[in-house]
Design a protein around this ligand. Structure first.
Ligand code: F6P
Length: 519
């Protein structure tokens, strides 16, 4: 499955109509730096998946312009061609005021919908004024999409929970537009959803879509049951769709993925190689083999289970003191949504926890000192200790694509242990980057990825004792076992890559349209 086949399917499904992708997060933000303007790719699974598709197919991507230098590089309508060196599609930026961003993004999207949908014991907070701002900002995106559609036929591919009202707004304005939405996070069971004060309006918004996608079947089931109980409509379980106002919205599972081949090439590129060589040198040449590196790469988000994995690592060192000086956990941690209180609390919790673990287990170990000092410098974050072995290096910074790939390659064990996650593409990135066929993935059974990557070591991140055992098993797993598991995981991601995901969505859009026109 590749880019060419995907382009053909999209061309067929859209019958010549323009493709417009809409999301909150933009594929690239432009940031002011001391040495000029820098293009930054955000830490976002959604961007990882959608960008190669839009690059292959072309069209327009409408997104919030959030970078400090975004306005400086766009034309008067907020447009810029991407990639900048050889444009394949247009990014149209939507400008939001500080108040709009607060109410719509930090507020309704990330203090109400995010915890509501993930059900991870962080209480959602509902504010009427955030809801009003969310509605208004969805209206702003509608205006931008209508402008980009220019009265012609268009197929609009909407991303995520920030834009739950957009489909209805677009359908009302332009019933001829083909609307597809992908919800990148879980959909909770109907009991959990019931507490959302504007549930009916949100469901009505989503039922403006022709096709609505989730990562796994369970989320589709939850959604249709929520609709069945939550809003006047007719649910057809045979065709898996809901009729509202006589029009159907089909609901389907499409497990999202990554560009397996491209990640493999990039993982072997000179850019990644250069960083990897620096790591190896810092670790001390042959001694690399003596240090078992556990690596995590996440946004600092309470759904990602970072404290839980740190606790399991801590416990492993307590139960297996012979590992001291021989294992290290390198956590690449991208700051995220820090205007939301729960995220600030998590940052504080992590600081205390890392400090405590490092203090408890630190011992004199000159080799490890060298390793961790080198890593700290190369990965561009964290401060090294004066001396001694450092069990956990918590590197709080935005780590770019190549840094993450190099970290994936140097890891013996990747830790992907969210408490709940729609899919989690770091797991699939790790597998794609391991062209050497080695490496172990410890994966939460509550990540959508666990349905496909059954050769990972699956854990319940709430069960710290069990996670400790699994981490220890990873330390002692023979190479042949590691390779056998990795080979099967690689075959799985290669087969179900992001092009297959995109192709599946647009093929299904075509199929359900045919269903409607068949008498
Ligand atoms: O994958 C779910 C998601 O919410 C994406 O939509 C989003 O881009 C990503 O997580 C990161 O979050 P944010 O865009 O808020 O930084």
């Amino acid at each position: 499955m590749g880019a060419t086949e995907l382009s053909e399917v999209v061309a067929r499904a859209s019958s010549g109509a323009k493709l417009i992708v809409v999301s909150n997060r933009e594929p690239v933000s432009h940031e002011r730096r001391a040495d000029g303007i820098r293009a930054v790719r955000p830490a976002s699974g959604m961007v990882t998946a959608i960008e190669p598709i839009v690059r292959a197919v072309g069209g327009t991507w409408v997104a919030h312009g959030s970078g400090s230098a975004d306005r400086l590089v766009t034309d008067t309508r907020g447009r810029i061609g991407l990639p900048e060196d050889a444009p394949r599609y247009t990014l149209r930026r939507v400008w939001l005021s500080r108040e709009e961003e607060n109410g719509y993004y930090h507020g309704l999207s990330n203090t109400a919908l995010w915890p509501l949908c993930h059900i991870v014991y962080t209480r959602p907070h509902f504010s009427r004024s955030d809801w009003e701002t969310y509605k208004a900002v969805n209206g702003r995106f509608r205006d931008a999409v209508l402008e980009e559609a220019e009265d012609g036929p268009a197929i609009v591919f909407i991303q995520d929970y920030h834009l739950g009202l957009l489909p209805r707004l677009l359908k009302e304005a332009r019933p001829d537009l083909k609307l597809i939405q992908f919800w990148h996070i879980p959909w909770p069971n109907r009991e959990a959803f019931r507490i959302f004060p504007w549930g009916e309006e949100l469901l009505d918004g989503l039922l403006g879509n022709d096709l609505l996608g989730f990562h796994i079947q369970n989320h589709c089931n939850n959604f249709l049951e929520t609709v069945d109980r939550g809003i006047e409509s007719r649910v057809d379980y045979e065709h898996f769709c809901a009729y509202r106002g006589g029009r159907p919205t089909y609901v389907r599972a499409f497990p999202i993925s990554v560009d397996f081949a491209q990640i493999g090439r990039d993982a072997e590129s000179s850019e990644t190689g250069r960083r990897l060589a620096e790591y190896t040198k810092a670790i001390g040449g042959d001694r690399t083999r003596e240090t078992t590196l556990f690596v995590g790469a996440d946004r600092i988000d309470y759904t990602k289970g970072i404290p839980e994995r740190l606790r399991a690592f801590d416990r492993m060192l307590t139960l297996h003191p012979e590992l001291k000086g021989k294992v290290c956990l390198v956590q690449l941690a991208a700051p995220s949504r820090t205007r939301v209180a729960a995220y600030r609390d998590l940052n504080r919790e992590l600081d205390v926890l890392v400090e405590k673990i490092n203090r408890r287990h630190r011992a004199e170990d000159p080799i490890s000192v060298k390793v961790m000092r080198g890593l700290g410098r190369l990965l561009g974050g964290g401060r090294g200790p004066a001396d001694g072995w450092v069990p956990v290096r918590f590197l709080r910074a935005h780590h770019d694509y190549y840094a993450v790939l190099a970290a994936c390659r140097m890891a013996r064990v990747a830790l992907v242990t969210p408490l709940h996650d729609g899919m989690n593409l770091v797991a699939k990135e790790f597998v794609s980057a391991r062209t050497d066929g080695d490496g172990i993935l410890i994966l939460s059974e509550y990540a959508g990825a666990a349905r496909e990557l059954v050769d990972a070591l699956l854990v319940n991140p709430f069960d710290i004792d069990r996670m400790t055992d699994v981490m220890h098993a990873a330390c002692v797993m023979p190479e042949a076992d590691r390779r056998r598991r990795m080979e099967r995981m690689r075959a799985q991601v290669e087969k179900n890559d992001v092009y297959r995901w995109g192709t599946g969505i647009f093929e299904e859009a075509e199929r359900v349209r045919a269903l409607e026109t068949t008498p």
